[in-house]
Design a binder for this molecule. Structure first.
Ligand code: BGC
Length: 749
């Protein structure tokens, strides 16, 4: 059954990325052995080494590190680049390698297109449901290993934009709605990537919270809200990862393009956060030379329109001081040294496919969230006849599109839609060849498992009525460049669920979505499982969860609201036609169009008036019921919380007892929230800590979670600093943001 979403909203960034300007000629040059230079001494600091190089560089060489060479075409890749989204040239004379960048949000992209292999991991929001920092590091290490194997030395992954607008088509690439959770998990991914001597990246800085008109939109938001929410996620991710790069975003923030916004780039990122790496623009997100340079943009990507000859001229004229230029160059080189690009250039090889598959499956098993399980319909035990229905479950699992798209080995398991002439290949549904049906049949050899596509509702009803259990697969495809018009699934998918549930009360729904979905049928089905876009071993992981070989442990990193009407902005803000033109077919007009893009499109406004109230903080503050709250997820066992003690020394320590009260081993994610004193003027509570705890049946454990005081601070805009509000705090502990049985007051001196 195919989703009939014709009203998806197309935005322009892809055009910007795909239709570059002039193409400079470059080569992947053989670099001389690194030992012959003064900066070859690896015992020197990256800063010292960068400065030693800079002393030897000509102006042209410096400029060449500050811009890309345009996205290469397939034919050019052999001599020019490794085939990734962008690169900077090598400078063989000085032993400087080229920076070869590949998108790699949930796996290395374009790998398969180049005849190489990449592992598609579960998508980022999915993996974030594990709340597992160690596993997120493994996620990054795997991406780092495969980047190296494929000849890349920089990732373009690391999306950590907080979800203010869950219909954002890139919600699947981000890590949910809480700054501590998202920043911590993303930081671990990028730390993992960097451990493989790859330059890490954190993106898209900042407030790039919708795709509709992303190159034109002006996000209006208060400084306090920015610092405490969206920017806080970046800050935490950078503290943990020391990523070498930050990608600034397409949109404007409070009237100024993010890539020339001195508050964002200089005051906050390079100033307050102490970021030592370089800022590169999103693809086509540079809009000026002198202004952007002063504001703190270090590198233009993917081309050289503003940072090629124009920058050279600006330096020669004195409009860009040499010290400013050198700072940009220093940052690029420093990140290259810090990540190990000079000392350990790596060599290409075939990635370890088996390791990738096993890791992908393990991560998927930790990512899947059991949302509903009435009458213990799951796990599937003692069932003889199962009707699997819909969602292409016979052939594969869905993946997220856009620049993050990892190619399914052998092509999409479901033939791609016809090219309607506007969308690049990466913005079409692609299915990973990992069949849940096949895995279920292997896991339950004694059961009779039928498959019905769901296209014919009567056939689906008939199959369901003859089975002990019906499992309906539904999905919502998402991609960069498009927002979802609604969180509702396509009407025919909702109808399919309703019909099957009417035919068989023992109905389980498996969702493959990149954002929350509404579920008008939720009370009529007994089971609901959120599988996200579960990656190359998604089918196998689902079978393990459904059959109970693996006990689910994932918890939502994002709230599932009851309806679009409950969102802070019930109506998705869409651009007027002038801010969302389509690239014209006519060559000359197209060139004019690209020029207009370079300098910027007319702005339209989005107002994030919910401010501090992002995600669960919004629903809490507004007293809105939700479908499934932030932090929620069931297990096949049960857990009990008791005995909360809170001690406030240098750090706050939260101690409590957790018991597995059910009949099987399981892992609980125990969550700690803080309610701040009224003087703080904050939403009702915020996440301040958590622990993943594996317990055997009947096992009891004392849990101790340290909470840094700075997790409880608020940002004082007038004084430009973080502070603890005076008054009395509460610490709340439990299994989700809306199930917090333990509370203790806390006074902070
Ligand atoms: C996306 C970035 C991506 C870049 C290169 C842009 O359109 O917004 O996230 O890294 O393209 O592919």
């Amino acid at each position: 059954m195919r989703s009939s979403r014709s009203s998806r909203l197309l935005v322009l960034g892809f055009a910007a990325a795909m239709c570059g300007g002039s193409i400079a000629v470059a080569q992947i040059a053989k670099t001389p052995p690194a030992t012959q230079f003064s900066w070859s001494d690896a015992s020197l600091s990256p800063d010292v080494r960068a400065d030693l190089v800079i002393k030897e560089m000509t102006l042209d060489e410096k400029i060449s590190l500050l811009h890309g060479q345009n996205r290469p075409t397939e034919a050019q890749t052999v001599t020019r680049s490794n085939g990734g989204a962008g690169y900077t040239v090598a400078i063989p004379r000085l032993g400087i390698p080229s920076i070869q960048m590949a998108d790699s949000a949930y796996g290395v992209t374009r790998g398969a297109a180049m005849g190489r292999y990449s592992t598609a991991l579960p998508n980022n929001l999915g993996a974030a449901s594990s709340w597992d920092t160690a596993m997120m590091r493994t996620y990054g290490e795997l991406i780092g290993d495969e980047l190296r194997d494929e000849g890349y030395n920089m990732t373009l992954g690391g999306g950590v934009n907080l979800t203010r607008e869950p219909r954002d088509g890139r919600t699947f690439e981000y890590m949910g709605e809480d700054p501590l959770l998202a920043g911590t998990l993303d930081g671990n991914v990028e730390a993992g990537v960097q451990s493989r001597h790859i330059i890490g990246d954190v993106k898209h800085y900042a407030i790039n919270d919708q795709e509709s008109g992303r190159t034109a939109v002006n996000a209006n938001i208060s400084r306090r809200a920015m610092r405490e929410t969206d920017l806080r996620a970046f800050e935490i991710a950078l503290q943990i990862s020391h990523a070498g790069a930050v990608m600034c975003s397409y949109n404007r923030v409070n009237g100024v393009y993010a890539c020339q916004n001195s508050y964002l780039l200089s005051d906050v990122l390079k100033g307050a956060f102490g970021f030592k790496g370089f800022v590169l623009s999103d693809w086509g997100g540079t809009h000026s030379t002198v202004r952007a340079s002063h504001a703190g943009l270090d590198q233009e990507q993917p081309g050289d329109y503003f940072y090629g000859d124009a920058l050279k001229k600006a330096v020669e004229d004195g409009r860009v001081p040499e010290a400013e230029l050198d700072d940009h160059v220093h940052r690029v080189l420093r990140s290259m040294f810090a990540a190990g690009l000079f000392d350990d250039p790596g060599k290409t090889q075939v990635p370890d496919v088996e390791k990738g598959y096993a890791t992908a499956q393990h991560i998927a098993e930790e990512s899947i969230v059991l949302l509903r399980n009435e009458h213990h319909v799951l796990p599937l035990t003692g069932v003889h006849r199962i009707a699997v229905i819909g969602g292409h479950a016979d052939v594969g699992v869905l993946s997220g599109g856009g620049s993050a798209q990892v190619n399914p080995p052998g092509g999409s398991a479901v033939p791609p839609q016809a090219d309607k002439g506007v969308l690049p290949v990466s913005i079409r549904e692609a299915w990973m060849p990992s069949s849940p049906l096949r895995s279920l049949r292997e896991a339950l050899p004694g059961a009779k498992i039928s498959f019905t596509s769901g296209d014919d509702v009567a056939a689906a009803e008939s199959a369901a009525s003859k089975a002990d259990v019906a499992i309906v697969f539904v999905y919502q495809w998402e991609s960069e460049g498009l927002d979802l018009p609604t969180l509702n699934l396509a009407p025919e998918q909702n109808k399919l669920v309703e019909s099957v549930a009417a035919a068989n009360p023992r109905t389980i729904v498996v969702l493959e979505t990149g954002s929350p979905a509404t579920m008008p049928w939720v009370d009529k089905v007994q089971g609901v499982v959120e599988a996200w876009y579960p990656g190359i071993r998604g089918g196998e992981a689902l079978a393990e969860i459904l059959t109970g070989k693996v006990n689910p442990s994932g918890k939502l990193a994002i709230t599932f609201p009851e309806s679009d009407a409950d969102l802070p902005n019930p109506n998705l803000v869409t651009p007027p036609p002038s801010s969302q033109p389509h690239p014209p077919a006519d060559k000359k007009k197209r060139a004019e169009f690209m020029k207009a893009l370079r300098y910027g499109l007319p702005a339209f406004q989005t107002y994030y008036n919910e401010g501090l109230k992002v995600g669960y903080k919004w629903y809490d503050a507004e007293n809105k019921p939700v479908l499934f709250p932030f932090g929620f997820g069931l297990s096949y066992t049960t857990f009990a919380y008791s005995d909360l003690h809170v001690t406030a020394g240098k750090a706050v320590t939260v101690n409590f007892t957790l018991k597995n009260t059910g009949g099987r081993a399981g892992t609980e994610i125990a969550e700690v929230y803080a309610a701040l004193p009224p003087a703080a003027q904050e939403p009702p509570k915020r996440l301040v800590g958590w622990a993943r705890v594996a317990l055997l049946p009947g096992e009891t454990r004392q849990i101790s979670i340290p909470v840094d005081r700075d997790r409880m601070t608020i940002f004082d805009v007038a004084q430009d600093k973080w502070e603890l509000a005076p008054g009395s705090y509460s610490i709340l502990v439990g299994s989700s943001s809306r199930d917090l049985p333990l509370t203790r007051p806390l006074t902070l001196p």
